[in-house]
Design a protein around this ligand. Sequence first.
Ligand code: NAD
Ligand code: GLY
Length: 361
Amino acid sequence: MLHDVPVNLGDRSYHIHIGAGILDRLSGLCAGVGLKGKCLIITDENVGGHYAAIVKASLEGAGFSVGLITLPPGEPTKCGEQVFALHSECVKAGLDRKSFIVALGGGVIGDLAGFVAATYLRGIDFVQVPTTLLSMVDSSVGGKTGVNIPEGKNLVGAFYQPRLVLADLDSLKTLPPREYAAGLAEVFKYGIIYDAAFFETLEANVDGLADVNNSELLARMVGRSCEIKAAVVAQDEREGGLRAILNFGHTVGHAVENVAGYGEYVHGEGVAIGSVYAARASVAVAGLSPAECLRIEAMFRALKLPVNAPRFQWPDLRKALSVDKKTVGGMPKFVLVSAIGKSSIGNEIPEALMEQLWNGL
Ligand code: NAD
Ligand code: GLY
């Protein structure tokens, strides 16, 4: 069954199509939104081997002229050098202003290819075909594109919406289990910050969450996560306020990734640690009940996601927090919850308490 989630952004509106075994529908969906002519698929080596041929065949079968670029996998690929190299590839492939880019992969490929689309010829169309759980529920939706520079992660980018998103749940079957579990951290986030009933559904199905063959449960998880993300982005596309709730767990999460050196923790694992920290902080300063905090922690533990990282010292994390995009005037800002499903942004935590919370994890 195809689940369709609209993202309502006026003339930048689009649909997220979610289903199992739907990759070959890409060409029809592209044609349906008026895309035609030439396109360039950008993917990575892990994803391309499994899915590039089927995507390419679907597009060629419908009369598109299709180029394919396969990049090395991993976060270092999301860099400025790749942006310019890909611009050159777009020229070589003969892409013009009516052409489009297909981002086939996880968040690394989606963020990079989206930024290339945003900047080539001052912007051409692109479509997102996310293949990790994290990219299905988060990075492919909402239009944040960009790359890392040596000074920091995601420091260069653009808000640039795709024309459509196609999430084929079957592609998760080849995703390494560690990456899949990390994506669940972002799924839990939506329940924690926005939807207590969704959190309860996840709790009730906790034993089945790791089963990538359970298409029905997966479709509910991905579908509801995308609905929540779409609702938030529709109200605040450029993160003037509300959208920042999506950063729950990311303040300390990013600091852990940074101090560990990118690569040791995958993004969702940093978010898991940061979420448990934010839940504890919410008990301390935002009125979350200890019982709800324990329920939040239990979900991360159940999926064997990390909930602390005692070998990192607070002063090192605090230094990383100072350069975080969310830090204003030296004080990190936290998304906290007063109850599961009720979040607020821009919270500060007294210095001594920030350290105490870390040491107590
Ligand atoms: P990723 O893109 O690095 O993918 C993780 C790994 O899984 C890679 O090795 C990849 O090759 C492999 N892979 C992907 N799909 C596969 C599949 N179906 N089968 C087998 N292997 C597969 O990581 P990610 O977690 O998807 O994305 C992380 C990136 O997303 C970070 O750069 C982060 O900054 C960014 N991000 C962006 C947003 C946003 O709103 N734009 C939100 C969250 C995260
Ligand atoms: N991943 C956070 C956002 O899209 O705003």
